[in-house]
Design a protein around this ligand. Structure first.
Ligand SMILES: [Zn+2]
Length: 318
């Protein structure tokens, strides 16, 4: 019991430190960008407000940071965006109660980017990073009900309910994913990283590996194959790297970075949306989404989040 309490206290301390360090570095990045006129004041204030506590956030903080980087850098070039993200991530490490540097719990473990027939125009996503499984499930439900493009939300619901794909993408959609490690995390996980790199030697596609090599001095990005769930939902995407066996993972449909990046791709290109070949299921998209909304209410109740009659989301356009 004592050990459990101690471990729990340590975890809460690391979370509190992570939160403080994350927002401090994020704020500094936004304020510097506004001062150097790379971002206008209103947009800067909107990003800062999205840390807001009174309404439900509509996406995890690391995803907000990723979006801010794309806007501030003014590019969708994967190398430029990921270099900046890794540099900031490196500065977000915190120390544990033994004074040892460790990673930040608000930093996602996986980053992905995708594009449609144009490698210079990428859309980015981060895996869901939350403390605790209830928070994580609630966040996936929020993303499905409120944030993601309706077709991606539907793909997640169909995956959950039927273990099948909801639609086929037109040819030309490519996706890369990376494990992201700050310097402290990389030191901690050195052996795992070496094993992952050795495994990658088997793959023929090398674009994602090139990006990883360029970024190495700042921390490490290690290319990773899609998990089993992403492969079930989006089997027709060109994944780099890819393999024939797909890791089942200990997460659920919708946890992966791919959902966020593909959602952004669909929001940006109506032409792709028009060309999706949709499957039919007994339960309509409306019914499935309604089930997600009811699950969200249940998780929020379990988390003692008081939402009254109607859930209020934070609106960054207001
Ligand atoms: Zn996945």
């Amino acid at each position: 019991m004592v050990n459990f309490v101690e471990a729990n206290t340590r975890q809460v301390q690391i979370f509190a430190k992570s939160e403080t360090q994350f927002f401090y570095k994020f704020l500094h990045f936004i304020a510097t960008s506004v001062r150097e006129r790379r971002l206008n004041g209103d947009r800067g204030r909107a990003y800062i407000k999205e840390e807001c506590k009174t309404h439900l956030p509509t996406r995890p903080p690391y995803t907000v940071l990723l979006d801010a980087i794309v806007e501030i850098k003014g590019t969708r070039n994967a190398e430029d965006v990921l270099r900046c993200l890794l540099d900031l991530t490196d500065k977000m490490d915190v120390t544990n109660d033994e004074g040892k540097q460790c990673g930040n719990v608000l930093v996602s473990t996986v980053i992905s980017c995708c594009n449609f027939n144009d490698v210079t125009t990428n859309y980015f996503g981060a895996s869901v990073s939350c403390m605790g499984w209830k928070q994580r499930k609630a966040m996936i439900n929020i993303l499905c009900c409120k944030t993601w493009h309706k077709d991606i939300s539907w793909a997640v619901c169909v995956g959950n309910t039927y273990n099948e794909k909801a639609f086929t993408f037109p040819a030309g959609v490519c996706s890369m994913a990376f494990n992201i490690y700050s310097s402290a995390k990389a030191t901690e996980q050195k052996q795992r990283i070496e094993r992952a790199k050795a495994r990658l030697q088997r793959f023929q596609m090398i674009r994602s590996r090139n990006i990883a090599n360029i970024l190495e001095p700042f921390g490490t990005l290690v290319p990773r194959e899609p998990c089993k769930y992403c492969f079930i939902m989006f089997p027709d995407i060109c994944f780099d790297p890819s393999s024939h066996s797909h890791n089942a993972g200990k997460w659920e449909y919708g946890n992966c970075a791919e959902c966020e990046s593909l959602s952004q791709l669909l929001y940006s290109d109506e032409n792709i949306v028009q060309r999706l070949k949709r499957e039919t299921f007994t339960k309509t998209p409306e019914v499935l989404l309604n089930e997600k909304y009811n699950q969200l209410k249940e998780y929020l109740e379990k988390l003692n989040f008081n939402f009254g009659n109607r859930i209020l989301y934070y609106n960054n356009q207001a």
